[in-house]
Structure formats: structure tokens, C-alpha cells
Design a protein around this ligand. Structure first.
Ligand SMILES: Cc1ncc(COP(=O)(O)O)c(C=O)c1O
Length: 356
């Protein structure tokens, strides 16, 4: 990838105009992501989800958006609704995560607990006349979808012709080459992706079916949605993304990634069990964490009820034992058996160092 970036640098670092590398990257995305017909680039995931919500509103002519408690969609005003509240909300009213957000934004959002299909289905029914879309991380932070949750959400939104937006900024090209929608077999109307598609450089995108993406089309029948940015589709980031995808496309990549990931998360779970610590692995494949609770974790409220002080201490202890972890563990395709051993040793030490 470094070589691809160095070569791209020779051609100039930014053009503003569309360029060959970005077009090739868009083609790769369309080939990879099951629900993708067209692609619009942004630089960050925050921008991508902001545009996805605007697209849903423009396409439906309605305003309200359902998001899930604890779901992360970046840092714009609509995303900062019950992302990380210190208490659970009085559903469906979200709690703003920041000062400075207009009340009108708060009033345009409806909040649901993740994995509660019954609640979100009735919320959709009740608000169908004013609902522009539903945005969800198909795999929310570290919490996998309960069996039938994504399918049910798809069904409920399809019934009322409400666009379903999958925020795959984390899961895209990570759980599988085609993202969570391939992995879980449920297709949204609009998808946001980022991170991996820039190979470590700023690059993100909105993608979706022809029907929705046509809203951006200057040649379309309606006045097109404006979606402009100096760095959108930057050629260096596109070169890095393309090179990353070449590696990810190699046969066996995701099988190996999941195998190593399961070994690492398995070692973590075993280390906690050996020490008699009430904790459980929450996650799927390469994205997981140890949550200090003896109860199932199916949504943000379950997570909030866990021992988060202990989790913070564990994070620090892991760093002290040489393994970098932030809010969760991410396993990469460069990790190998040696990393499994190194992690296992660090897990045991970091957990043993916890205050009991
Ligand atoms: C699911 C999800 N959506 C959106 C974003 C925002 O992306 P960015 O940090 O590129 O703005 C993130 C960032 O981590 C994310 O995890």
C-alpha cells in the first residue's frame, strides 16, 4: 500500500475534480457491497452519515429519523443523540450528547433500544407518516444483532417504503468483504462506509440503490442534492483504499481473520474465566470486547449496567502490558499466531492486576 501511495503522490495530492483512482475505487465498492449501485465520496464517516440522513429526507419528503441508543454515526448534530448518555432515555426521546445542538434537531430524531424489534416496529408504525428513515449500525459497536432483528427491521421499513440506512463505517470490508450486509444477509437502501476504504487516509462514502442515489444526480428530474467537498475522492486516499482492497480480496482473507480473531477473543474469555471474573466476550469476529457483567449484553442499557470502571482499568492495564486497546478490540489481517500468544499473556496479566 505504501508503494501505491508513493506512486500516486507523483501525480499530485489533490485535484478536487473526479479522478481515475476514485472511479476505480467506486467500482470496487459497487462490486463488493451487495446493495451498492452508485457511490458518492466524502472524507469522513461523519459527513457520510450526515448526507445519508439528508438523502433519506429528500427522497421521502419527510423529516424524522429513527436512531438507536448507543449507536455511533459520527459527530454531527443528528448523530449526537443518545450516543453515550449516562442514563437510558425516555424512549423515543433522545438525550443530546453535546451542548450547542439546536432543539429542532433533537425533535427531529426518534430513539429506540437496539435489538428490540417489537419496540422499533411499533415506533415505525406510529410515525410512518413523518418518518424519513432509520439509521442503524447493523452490528452496534460491539453488540451483534439478535437473530431476526435486522431482518425484522428490513421488513418493517420495507412495508412503509421507509429507507433503511446501514452505517457500515466500521463493519464495511471488516466482518466480510461485502460488510455486515453480506455477513448477516440483510440489504439496506443506503449504506455509509469509511475507514478501510481509505486504507488509513481520509475517505468515506455514501452508497445505495439507484433509486436513492439518483437524488444526487445533476441530470436527474429533481433538483439534485448538493454534495461537494474539496477532499472528496482524494486520489491519494483512493490509491490507498484500492491497494487495501487488493489485499482484502485475496482468497481466504476473511476466513483467516475470523480464525485469528476467535483465538484472541477466546483467549480473553478464558483468561477471565480462569480468574473467576464475572465478565463476557461481546462481539463478532474481529470486533469485540470483554464486558464486566454476568448478564447478556443486547443493547446500550445492558452495557451501561456493566462494571465500566473495571473496564477502564482493564484498558489501562492492557496498555501497561503492551497491547493497545481503546473502546474495543479490533483484529487486523496482519495479526498472526504470535499475536495470539502475546495477547493471551497480556490478558492474563491485565486481568490479574485488576482490583478485586
Ligand atoms: C459506525 C461509525 N459511523 C461513523 C463514524 C464517523 O466516522 P469519522 O470518524 O470518519 O467521522 C464512525 C467512526 O468511528 C463509526 O464508527
Amino acid at each position: 500500500m505504501t508503494q501505491a501511495v508513493q506512486e500516486a503522490l507523483e501525480g499530485g495530492t489533490t485535484y478536487f475534480a473526479m479522478n481515475e483512482k476514485a472511479i476505480l475505487l467506486a467500482e470496487q465498492i459497487v462490486n463488493a457491497v451487495p446493495s451498492a449501485d452508485k457511490v458518492r465520496f466524502t472524507s469522513t464517516g461523519t459527513e457520510a452519515t450526515l448526507y445519508a440522513l439528508r438523502l433519506a429526507r429528500a427522497a421521502t419528503g419527510r423529516e424524522k429519523i429513527i436512531k438507536f441508543e448507543g449507536g455511533y454515526h459520527g459527530m454531527h448534530d443528528y448523530a449526537l443523540m443518545s450516543l453515550k448518555p449516562s442514563r437510558t432515555a425516555d424512549y423515543p426521546h433522545p438525550i443530546p450528547d453535546s451542548r450547542g445542538i439546536p432543539k429542532a434537531v433533537e425533535e427531529s430524531m426518534l430513539l429506540a433500544p437496539y435489538n428490540d424489534l417489537e419496540y422499533v416496529t411499533s415506533l415505525i408504525e406510529d410515525h410512518r407518516e413523518e418518518l424519513a428513515g432509520v439509521i442503524v449500525e447493523p452490528f452496534q459497536r460491539i453488540i451483534p444483532p439478535a437473530p431476526g432483528f435486522l431482518e425484522g427491521l428490513r421488513e418493517a421499513t420495507r412495508t412503509h417504503d421507509i429507507p433503511l440506512i446501514f452505517d457500515e463505517v466500521v463493519t464495511g470490508f471488516r466482518l466480510a468483504y461485502g460488510g455486515a450486509q453480506e455477513y448477516y444477509g440483510v440489504q439496506p437502501n443506503i449504506t455509509t462506509i469509511g475507514k478501510i476504504i481509505g486504507g488509513g487516509f481520509p475517505m468515506a462514502a455514501i452508497t445505495g440503490s439507484e433509486r436513492y442515489m439518483a437524488e444526487f444526480d445533476p441530470a436527474g428530474p429533481e433538483e439534485p442534492l448538493l454534495q461537494i467537498g474539496t477532499m472528496n475522492g482524494n486520489p491519494i486516499a483512493a490509491a490507498a483504499g484500492l491497494a487495501s482492497m487488493e489485499v482484502l480480496k485475496r482468497p481466504g482473507t476473511y476466513e483467516r481473520l475470523h480464525e485469528i480473531s476467535n483465538k484472541i477473543s477466546g483467549a480473553l474469555g478464558s483468561a477471565a474465566a480462569d480468574l473467576g471474573i464475572p465478565a463476557r466476550i461481546v462481539g463478532d469476529g474481529p470486533v469485540f470486547d470483554l464486558v464486566f457483567t454476568d448478564k447478556p449484553v443486547n443493547n446500550y442499557a445492558d452495557y451501561l449496567a456493566s462494571d465500566r470502571d473495571k473496564q477502564a482499568q482493564f484498558l489501562l492495564n492492557m496498555r501497561n502490558h503492551g497491547v493497545l486497546k481503546d473502546s474495543k478490540f479490533y483484529v487486523s489481517i496482519v495479526h498472526d499466531e504470535a499475536d495470539v500468544d502475546l495477547s493471551a499473556e497480556a490478558f492474563s496479566k491485565a486481568l490479574a492486576d485488576l482490583d478485586h
